[in-house]
Design a protein around this ligand. Structure first.
Ligand code: CP
Length: 304
């Protein structure tokens, strides 16, 4: 398959290969000359139908470090605003001899839909509340880097699980690698099918933190909420916000992660986000190497 549409479509060996490849690229991007000529014959279009800072720039940098030709498309400045469809938009871009499409889209399943209608390799950079596969890969890669292994580790994903593509992709990725996964959040922000995913469920943050080696703090995604959910922001912060006092009350030093963007003072206080326990910027740094690995491996399939 020439697409990365979700972690759901990968197996443990795929993830191992991506991480071993990312190890090599991490070494490359720390050299004075941070580029390799591997993808001089590949052209990639980054299509963003939804806002992004980290994913958009990280993919672009990863592609440039691999010497691919890159074009960037932002829906808000495009003819999508004049009513052009997704398939027409992408087919027009592909006519310019583009080989691979990296796409972020607000609709769950947009990548799967596109992969059935156009002739290019599709990499999902986040589709609504569905999947964000490269985020989950860089998250696991960062745990592996920090703790040596993902297998057997206790990882809790905290917060707005209901609206989070990061949560779903992380659950799949962590389980494939043999981690124990828990989700923690208010019942109103947990999907009804959560137990079917084989994760532990906890509504008490302190208990969840006592259990885990790693806590991945999610942002409350107000932009995806059609109605007003309990809790209010203040209630959420009181019950599900991580702060230094709470961490100091634990008998251990756990690792704090966050995919970004952070709502400082809501799900995480600044003294935690900026502490040595937090590996938030390591996650961002690793994102470039992991995305280089993904693009390199999928481009190799195109060339076959
Ligand atoms: N983590 C993440 O997807 O961030 P952006 O929305 O800024 O890309």
């Amino acid at each position: 398959v020439n697409h990365l549409l979700g972690i759901k479509y990968l197996n443990e060996k795929d993830i191992e290969l991506i991480f071993e490849t990312a190890d090599q690229f991490k070494e490359v991007i720390n050299r004075p000359i941070k580029k390799v000529p591997s993808l001089r014959d590949i052209t990639i279009a980054n299509l963003f139908f939804e806002n992004s800072t980290r994913t958009k720039l990280s993919f672009e940098l990863a592609e440039k470090r691999l010497s691919a030709d890159v074009i960037n498309f932002s829906a808000s400045q495009s003819s999508v605003k004049k009513g052009e469809t997704l398939i027409d938009t992408v087919n027009n871009i592909l006519s310019m001899k583009v080989d691979m499409v990296v796409m972020r889209h607000p609709n769950p399943g947009a990548g799967v839909f596109l992969s059935k209608h156009v002739n290019a390799s599709i990499i999902n950079a986040g589709d609504g509340a569905h999947e964000h596969p490269t985020q989950a890969l860089l998250d696991s890669y960062s745990i592996r880097e920090k703790l040596g292994n993902v297998k057997g580790k206790n990882v809790v994903i905290v917060g707005d699980i209901l609206h989070s593509r990061v949560a779903l992709s992380n659950i799949y990725a962590l389980q494939l690698q043999g981690a124990n996964v828990m989700v923690c959040g208010p019942k109103t922000l947990l999907p009804k099918y959560i137990k079917e995913l084989g994760v532990k469920v906890e509504t008490n943050l302190k208990k969840a933190l006592e259990w885990c080696d790693v806590a991945n703090m999610l942002r409350v995604q107000n932009e995806r909420m059609a109605i007003s959910y309990f809790p209010t922001t203040r209630e959420y912060t009181q019950q599900y916000g991580v702060n230094k006092e709470l961490l100091d009350s634990l008998d251990k030093e756990l690792i704090i992660m966050h995919p970004g963007p952070i709502n400082r003072g809501v799900e995480i206080t600044s003294d935690v986000a900026d502490s040595k326990q937090a590996i938030i910027l390591d996650q961002v740094e690793n994102g470039v190497a992991v995305r280089m690995a993904v693009i390199y491996l999928f481009a190799a399939k195109i060339k076959q």
